[in-house]
Design a protein around this ligand. Structure first.
Ligand code: SAH
Length: 231
């Protein structure tokens, strides 16, 4: 199984905090409107079948459903999925959450989705290329796939590990393992090898003074990539 049990356990332990915007998950709440609009501008979500790989408590999944998409969220943390499920009941939003790996889901429902999202997850997985291949299998020809992760270089180490975990204490220590960060060149290679086409990168910048995130063209730390599956 392409999963690190310590990673799944880490996210399970924090699961009850998922929808607390002042918790460890604050960065995900803060970046969500930015990534949602970026995705929606490239792949208008209304009426689309979407799968969110590594959905956690469903921050992105639910927001995509609010845009009118039919969203399936998959994750290997049962606790996170439970929280996601309960939250969708509270919100009155119809969601489908499943405890299944991306690879198994790809074998079960290949080519079923107009849009595949996989955000802030590849850097927690032993074999990220395998997740990229699964995403490629899940998307329909002509469909869109979106990934986000952390770049691997001294600046990313300083900002994402030292800054966020030690100085600003935005994240618990040990949240991120620098060795697992992925450069845009590496991710592009995974994407091409999986038969997808890279459409564009976007950087996610954080200003610690204003505590605000913004989208820019600096992919040095946290970045997203948009891809399509050719027809
Ligand atoms: N994508 C969500 C959550 C990111 S946190 C968001 O951006 O808001 C990372 C998530 O990946 C956690 O929920 C964790 O349980 C999940 N995860 C880690 N390894 C995984 C794997 N191998 N398969 C599926 N999910 C995994």
């Amino acid at each position: 199984m392409n999963a690190d049990p310590h990673e799944i356990e880490k996210f399970s332990e924090l699961a009850h905090h998922w929808w607390d915007p002042t918790s460890e998950f604050r960065p995900l709440h803060d970046i969500n409107p930015l990534r949602l609009e970026w995705i929606n501008a490239r792949a208008p979500l209304h009426g689309k079948d979407v799968i969110d790989i590594g959905c956690g408590g469903g921050i992105l999944s639910e927001s995509m459903a609010k845009k009118g998409a039919r969203v399936t969220g998959i994750d290997l943390s049962k606790k996170a999925l439970k929280v996601a499920d309960l939250h969708s009941l509270e919100s009155g939003i119809e969601m489908r959450y499943k405890h299944i790996s991306a690879e198994d889901m790809a074998a079960l429902e290949p080519g079923k989705f107009d849009v595949v999202t996989c955000m802030e997850m590849l850097e927690h997985v032993p074999d990220p290329a395998s997740i990229v291949r699964a995403a490629s299998m899940l998307v329909k020809p002509g469909g869109h796939v979106f990934f986000s992760t952390l770049n691997r270089n001294p600046k990313a180490w300083l900002f994402a590990v030292i800054g966020a975990e030690y100085m600003l204490r935005m994240l618990p220590k040990g949240t991120h393992d620098y060795a697992k960060f992925i450069t845009p060149a590496e991710l592009s290679q995974f994407i091409r090898n999986a038969g997808l086409q890279v459409e564009g990168f976007k950087g996610l910048g954080y200003n610690p003074l204003t505590r605000m995130y913004s989208l820019n063209d600096d992919t040095d730390v946290n970045y997203m990539v948009a891809c399509t599956r050719p027809l």
